[in-house]
Design a protein around this ligand. Structure first.
Ligand code: GLC
Length: 755
């Protein structure tokens, strides 16, 4: 080969290698602006790793918690936390406060442990840290991704102000079963909406991690926890692989697509194997198929609990199975720190596998800048100045009012007219306990900052001469109290309008508070029934973390608003809606069942061989309709919207084409309003049974009275793919039905063909 050819050959080889390196670095964390930076980080990590002893490596996979505030029977009680840190046997902590303890522990880690590896400090910030926002399911009802992201960003700003860096959120579990109370923590029943909201929350929490106002996020619980049998927390699941791919995995994949730093393995089993030792989930899908480079952390103490599942008979075997399957950090199980070293010394686990896991933890700490600045998250001298800032509170009010869902408004009882109203009676127990606004998982939120229902109305009406009466009608624990009931009835008689506030009660919401019956408790239904008897201008406001069942209220009360557990500024947000300062725009992210017997229930209903209301026989109950009380995507406004002229740019597309589906929406009422236009697509014939329709897009549109706008949705083959009989994610040629409308039950339809 002559010189010119050789030079040309070398040039081509170099060019090809450069392209490969760039592609590889693009495939890596998006946070590295160059392959060079990624390489230097990798070299640093390797050099640290080479100095570490075996137990120090295992220590990086050991997460302990801050000093328990109550006596505990967990194993951490027998360890001296500071000694553990000094020996390099701890890599991260959960719930360490006050800040002084974080600084003390970090100082011991950096200055006294063998290799000075800094600690990560984790916490659960589920819906705000010091400023609480609506529970995540409520926030999801806003369908406003920008505001949802902003909530997460504010939560990170407030949580990092006291040194927390790793947030065990967002919860992205999909569930069709509100008996499982943790629906409160997620984004409802739909994988598409759940995926978009997961993306928003992770972007909000993590930003680009360069700022000390950003936190590592953790998508949880991987995978299928929301499908517990009988809706009972921690129970087994019975979902198929196809169900897992169709409904459960999309929000996790979306989380990884926006670079989530970690995933949390689930308490529950999938296909007979506990989540934290499930190699199909943790290896085949997470690492091989999705190329996830972040960390997998177990749920609290769940590695020890593998023994309870009966899939192992010792903690040593639990350590072996969980580690080999791909769970890397042991949250408070003490199973890794007590067993991994011996498993490696006995050759049962390769040290190279341990090194892979440890490098991920070290890289996460490097990404957070902790090696260069182990105290960089501890610099805020006065976090009170960071918390509850006016703009944070204003956001809390804004997202809360956009989350509330108007379920019924007969005879336009709402909004309350201030010039025709002299007396408003607020009746109900919600204000008696401000945690009913903050819910559980409220981090460092405080009741003293919560604006209640009466507070909110007084704030809004301070310029008016409207009298506000208040009677709880029930005890603070939501039990009946005849004397309080009588006082409430007297107040209702005096009022022009009654705002009756009912709640499932914050103690009945959040982890391990499953219900076998979702009916609103009888004392509360009895209260509103008695109030309505003396005053038909009764508005029911529900403060729930999940769908509840209230047939008598739906039937007899003229106005019903789902306010969720609306956060620190919930009372102001509610007043904005009750008094018409904000026209409600929330849409349900989860189906509200008519009765508990309908559960599990979802709009993602398949056709069946005997479709409802068609043919000779059809799938039905003898004692109830199939329809829910309120459908997925449902929510009224004080105005009305009319959909018309659904139309397509073409009736046929081939696989590389884009089709535009358009529709006109007119505000046919007297008030300006925001409508969330929803796009659902159904596949007429597929190789497997498919839902009648699936949400594939949504857009929010503001319309003045009388105004019409045309909304376009771009549809490509990507929108038509599904897991076929070979478990390949593909689209088949054929007919597809487009539904565009105001909810999953109310839409205009048209069809097109994929060639
Ligand atoms: C809980 C929850 C999990 C949470 C963890 C730490 O049991 O299942 O969502 O992140 O413990 O608080």
């Amino acid at each position: 080969m002559n010189l010119t050819s050789r030079l040309y050959f070398n040039f081509r080889v170099t060019a090809m290698l450069t392209v490969i390196l760039i592609l590889l670095s693009c495939n890596g964390k998006k946070r590295y602006e160059s392959e060079k930076k990624l390489t230097s980080v990798t070299l640093k990590i390797d050099s640290i790793l080479n100095k570490m002893t075996l137990i120090e490596k295992v220590g990086q996979l050991n997460m302990l918690r801050g000093k328990p505030t109550t006596p505990t029977n967990f194993k951490d009680a027998k360890y001296n936390l500071e000694e553990e840190i000094k020996k390099g046997r701890v890599g991260s902590f959960l719930n360490v406060h006050p800040m002084e303890d974080k600084i003390k522990y970090q100082k011991i880690a950096v200055e006294e442990s063998p290799n000075g590896i800094p600690l990560l400090f984790g916490i659960d910030i589920i819906h705000g840290f010091r400023t609480n926002f609506p529970v995540p399911l409520g926030e999801a009802a806003s369908w406003n991704l920008e505001l949802i992201e902003k909530s997460a960003k504010i939560a990170s700003t407030e949580g990092t102000a006291v040194g927390f860096m790793w947030n065990m959120a967002p919860m992205v579990d999909i569930s069709f079963d509100a008996r499982w109370e943790r629906v409160m923590e997620g984004a409802g029943e739909d994988p598409y909406l759940g995926s978009r909201i997961a993306e928003a929350r992770i972007k909000g929490f993590q930003g680009d991690l360069s700022s000390t106002e950003t936190m590592l996020a953790c998508a949880k619980h991987f995978a299928g926890y929301g499908q517990v049998m009988a809706g009972r927390d921690y129970n087994q699941t019975t979902i198929s692989k196809r169900f897992l791919h169709d409904y459960i995995l999309p929000p996790f994949q979306a989380s990884i697509d926006v670079d989530v730093a970690s995933l949390m393995s689930a308490f529950t089993d999938f296909d007979g194997v506990p989540g934290n030792m499930n190699s199909y989930l943790l290896k085949d899908i997470l690492r091989e198929r999705w190329d996830f480079e972040g960390i997998v952390i177990s749920d609290f103490n769940s590695l020890e609990e593998i023994v309870n599942w009966g899939t192992v008979d010792s903690e040593e075997k639990a350590a072996f199975k969980a580690f080999e399957a791909g769970t890397e950090v042991d949250m408070m199980g003490l199973v890794y720190i007590e067993n991994l070293e011996k498993l490696i010394q006995d050759g049962k686990i390769k040290e190279s596998s341990l090194n892979t896991a440890v490098k991920r933890v070290l890289k996460m700490k490097m990404d957070m800048g902790l090696f260069d600045g182990p105290y960089r998250y501890f610099k805020i001298k006065d976090p009170e100045k960071i918390w509850l800032q006016p703009q944070f509170l204003e956001h809390s009010r804004n997202i809360a009012r956009k989350s509330m869902v108007l379920l019924k408004n007969d005879s336009q009882l709402l909004p309350i007219s201030t010039n025709k109203t002299k007396t408003i009676a607020v009746i109900g127990p919600v204000d008696e306990d401000k945690r009913n606004f903050m819910a559980t998982w409220s981090a460092w939120g405080k009741e003293e900052n919560v604006v209640g229902v009466v507070d909110g109305l007084k704030n809004a009406l301070k310029e008016e001469t409207i009298e506000i009466l208040y009677e709880p009608g029930l005890n603070k624990d939501l039990s009946a109290n005849p004397e309080l009931l009588n006082r409430a009835i007297k107040a209702a008689k005096k009022a022009d309008v009654v705002v009756c506030t009912l709640t499932e009660g914050w103690r009945n919401s959040g982890e391990n508070t499953s219900l076998s019956d979702l009916n609103m408790p009888e004392p509360q239904v009895d209260l509103i029934r008695k109030i309505h008897e003396v005053n038909q201008s009764t508005i029911c406001v529900l403060f729930n973390g999940r769908p509840m069942i209230f047939p008598w209220i739906s039937e007899n009360i003229p106005a019903i608003l789902e306010a969720w557990m609306p956060g620190t500024k919930g009372g102001d947000a509610l007043a904005d809606i009750l008094l018409g300062k904000y026209n409600p725009s929330g849409k349900l992210p989860i189906t509200f069942p008519r009765n508990t017997g309908q559960i599990p229930i979802s709009y993602l209903q398949k056709k069946t061989g005997r479709p409802y209301k068609t043919g000779k026989n059809w799938t039905r109950y003898l004692d109830a309709p199939n329809e829910p009380a309120y459908a997925f995507g449902y929510g009224l406004s004080y105005t009305t919207f009319e959909y018309s002229d659904i139309r397509l740019s073409t009736e046929n597309i081939s696989e590389n084409d884009t089709l535009t589906a358009s529709i006109n929406i007119k505000n046919t009422g007297q008030l300006a309003g925001v409508e969330t236009v929803q796009l659902y697509i159904g596949d007429a014939v597929a190789t497997v049974t498919r839902p009648i329709k699936e949400l594939k897009g949504f857009q929010q549109v503001s319309l003045e009275p009388g105004e019409t706008k045309s909304i376009d949705f771009k549809i490509t083959k990507e929108h038509l793919k599904y897991w076929n009989t070979e478990m390949k994610y593909e689209a088949d040629p054929g007919t597809f039905i487009i539904h565009i409308g105001t909810n999953s039950d109310d839409f205009k339809k048209t069809i097109f063909k994929l060639q």
